[in-house]
Design a protein around this ligand. Structure first.
Ligand code: PMP
Length: 382
């Protein structure tokens, strides 16, 4: 199988596997004061330092969670006090932000404003300006990179407007971390979410960056033993956290090379598809994008038919999280695609282990499959 679904999950890096196995073989609760407990705590400390080095923040600014879903929920819940302030987010966010924001603001607990995007997937700032002027705003949450299209958000103007309104800024960086360099000493956000399995760590572990000075959570998601400075109670997932740290360290030293190489492969895939399958369109191509993602619309060809006909290429229609759901991608609809075009869109996402050979094989298979489906459906020839 050619695996081109890194935005759903990336293969575990060997370093992460080793660190996870090593922790699984050892006993110890990171909160215990005896030697076994200190061993577990030191694995967690090392992972915290490694992740902090990747992100350019202090280790003490990281809260380990079960993933980005929890980190997003925690960020919004922690900050939004419900005192009539608004949560401002974007229509193209992952459901872990959108659904959380909707739930948090229901029942008169504040307004929710969802910023639109243009055809290229870029956020429209006008409604943010208006919301900030109207005030009060408690938090603005905008993703750094979109999971379906790879389109990047320029957070600089978002941060500027949010600061002027006296609100906090959160970003869902789940697809960005480990794919492009990030430096939290320069990117002035207050909160940032990530998930280990998108950059080669294990599934089910992630983190929320909480900049020093952000007030203690109004409502933590989990109450209990007070771990993670009260931000997230519960025995720490030491094997998962150790794997996250090892993946962060592995990616940190290779990030520039990996990003350039993966972008080259993605560009080759796009060039091959558009030249051999006239009529196919790349969504968000005019915007800056992640190196490894391409969202391709094959007009009149249902994406699920294409995917079902090529089981040896692992790609995705819409996002993996939403697959099985009958509704078309909210991201593509927000960018102005018709329902039919949204349903005819395949996402290929490449990553650190993708090879040139993978791309050649995928290209041949996709081109052959799309031509075959076109023939069977009797849709317009090329
Ligand atoms: N945000 C984005 C942008 C994502 O792509 C994902 C994973 N698809 C998540 C949040 C949620 O991550 P997890 O499922 O690991 O909690």
């Amino acid at each position: 199988v050619v695996y081109l679904d890194y935005n759903a999950t990336a293969p575990l890096r060997p370093e992460a596997l080793e660190a996870t196995l090593d922790a699984l073989r050892s006993v110890g609760n990171a909160s215990s004061v005896h030697q076994a407990g200190r061993g577990a705590a030191s694995r967690v400390d090392l992972a915290r330092q490694r992740l902090a080095r990747l992100l350019g923040c202090a280790p003490g600014e990281l809260v380990f969670t079960s993933g980005a879903t929890e980190a997003n929920n925690l960020a919004l819940r922690a900050v939004h006090s419900g005192g009539g302030g608004a949560i401002v987010t974007t229509v193209v966010e992952h459901p872990a932000v959108l659904e959380a924001a909707r739930a948090i603001t229901t029942g008169g607990r504040g307004r929710l404003i969802e910023l639109p995007v243009n055809r290229d997937g870029a956020i429209e700032l006008g409604p943010l300006e208006a919301a900030c002027q109207r005030g009060p705003v408690s938090i603005v949450s905008a993703m750094l990179a979109n999971n379906e299209t790879g389109v990047l958000t320029d957070l600089t103007p978002v941060i500027k407007l949010t600061r002027e309104a006296g609100a906090l800024v959160h970003t869902d960086a789940t697809q960005y971390v480990g794919r492009l360099p990030l430096d939290l000493s320069e990117l002035d956000v207050d909160l940032l979410s990530l998930s280990a399995h998108k950059f080669g760590g294990p599934q089910g572990v992630g983190a929320l960056f909480v900049r020093r000075g952000v007030p203690f959570p109004h409502r933590p998601l989990l109450l209990g033993g007070g771990q993670e400075r009260g931000w997230r109670a519960g025995t720490l997932n030491v094997p998962g956290i150790a794997g996250l740290g090892a993946a962060a360290e592995a990616v940190r030293v290779r990030l520039h090379d990996e990003a350039a190489r993966v972008a080259g492969l993605r560009d080759a895939l796009e060039a091959g598809l558009t030249s051999r399958l006239p009529g196919c369109r790349i969504n968000g191509i005019k915007s800056p994008r992640l190196p490894g993602v391409t969202s391709v619309t094959f007009p009149d060809i249902p994406a699920d038919a294409v995917l079902a006909a090529m089981p040896d290429v692992a790609a995705s229609d819409g996002s993996a999280c939403a697959s099985g759901a009958p509704s078309p991608s909210h991201v593509l609809l927000a960018m102005g695609l018709s329902r039919e075009d949204a349903d005819s869109t395949v996402r290929f996402s490449l990553g650190y282990a993708t090879t040139e050979h993978d791309i050649e094989r995928a290209l041949d298979t996709v081109v052959r499959t799309v031509r075959e489906v076109r023939r069977l459906m009797g849709t317009s020839a090329e």
